[in-house]
Design a binder for this molecule. Sequence first.
Ligand SMILES: *Cc1c(COP(=O)(O)O)cnc(C)c1O
Length: 500
Amino acid sequence: MEQSKQKKKSESEITMEKKNRIYRLLPRVDELMRQKKVQQMVAKEGYDRIRSLVRQSVDQLRNEITGELSRGISEKDAKEKIEQFLRSLETGFEKTKVEDLLAKEKEKAIHPVYNGTGVILHTGLGRAPLSHEIAEKLGKIAENYSSLEYDLPEGKRGNRTEYIEELLCQITGAEAALAVNNNAGAVLLALSALTKGGEVIVSRGELVEIGGKFRIPEVLELSGATLREVGTTNRTRIEDYERAVDDGTKAFLKVHASNYRIIGFTESVSAGKLKELSQKLAKEEKRIPVIEDLGSGVLVDLQEYGLGKEPTVQEEVKAGADLICFSADKLLGGAQAGLIVGKKSYVDQMRNHPLLRALRIDKFARTALEAVLKEYLDLKQAVQTVPVLQMLTCPVQELQEKAVRCCARLDQEGIPVRVQVETCVSKAGGGALPELELPSYGVSLLPEEIKVEALEERMRRLPVPVIGRVKEGRFLLDMRTFSEEGIKELEEQLAQLAEK
Ligand SMILES: *Cc1c(COP(=O)(O)O)cnc(C)c1O
């Protein structure tokens, strides 16, 4: 017992000595900064940035060696590793750790990407893309001063969102409107302004989580209201709401089932029915507004385009909802914002709430949103010009032609990739129209020399990344979301692959 303990101790002493001998061989950061390759990087990227990466690379090397020592690597191998690290920094074509770190750091920055996933509102990829015209306008607003809060005819301070509100009223027929940072903010503001300290009645079938920790019960709590659940998961009737009303009731909240469906034996109460109840209660001096979280916020009837039924904002206004909150960058196809339309007295309560200042939209969202809403003044035109609607309604025939064209351009002489046209299925995404399966066409790439996962990674790490899906061993690009520029870029990338 005593003996084995001693033996262990001496063993660890040996490793310690060995470790220290090896650690002494690790290069010093200042020495490395004088290496030719490092100097070249310094010329391009600046001294401080490269110095910090050089330090990180030495730390990384030390960690790697520590790990390997504990797994019994020989002293000789550890030395060789350090020498190799030094050699790579001196000259030669070998990629250095510092270059790796620099490349990784560059990839952390936001990049434009080509979306071949077929998911139109891909939250990871920035939801709704905007048209080229709007992008140009954004550029001008970005590099100049603008009339963001300046009334040009009067020459005095103006209102940031007034024009957006006017457009929203025109399009939806609502009395009043408001724009904030996003829909989660819109719902929070509506509940905070109207229901604080009271009870809000919600159907059990609508107590949803939207994603990103946005859960209706928690938002209610945050806004200072108490949740009063009624009905059951699958069925809620108007009597359930009526029975739950008491003196503390501040609102009926309806939440649109954006990202899921309850199917089968179901029943829910429409905003119109809730409005009837609200009007009946108004006769008893009870003022209970109907607040609706509509989620996506569609302004055109998608059913006309064969896309399934989503209630439009206009329909809900007509049905009598007092406040309707919706996202501006889901099916509406605008920039990140939360829009609210409804009765003027309630909208004014929100307008006067201190939270509004914390949730105000920035100048880029305002610019983009204003331009997109202008398209919606003519709904038929919007379907032609708003990219999200274009993609949603694009005839499958056109997608097939695009796939054939793309395939012909990518299928180049000498590339180690088999290219072919395939049918596939696109999705709306963004928690909208969860059941919708849009038949589509794509182009698949089957690499002959590398694994499909390796090809997927290579595509993802291109200067302008190409994001696709791996399906049945092939890398698939859905033409519904993949742009013409994406096709051009990929053609060039594949040509380079053929040269190698
Ligand atoms: C998406 C969604 C939200 C959140 O909207 P953001 O604009 O992403 O903040 C809230 N409620 C519903 C029902 C949604 O679908």
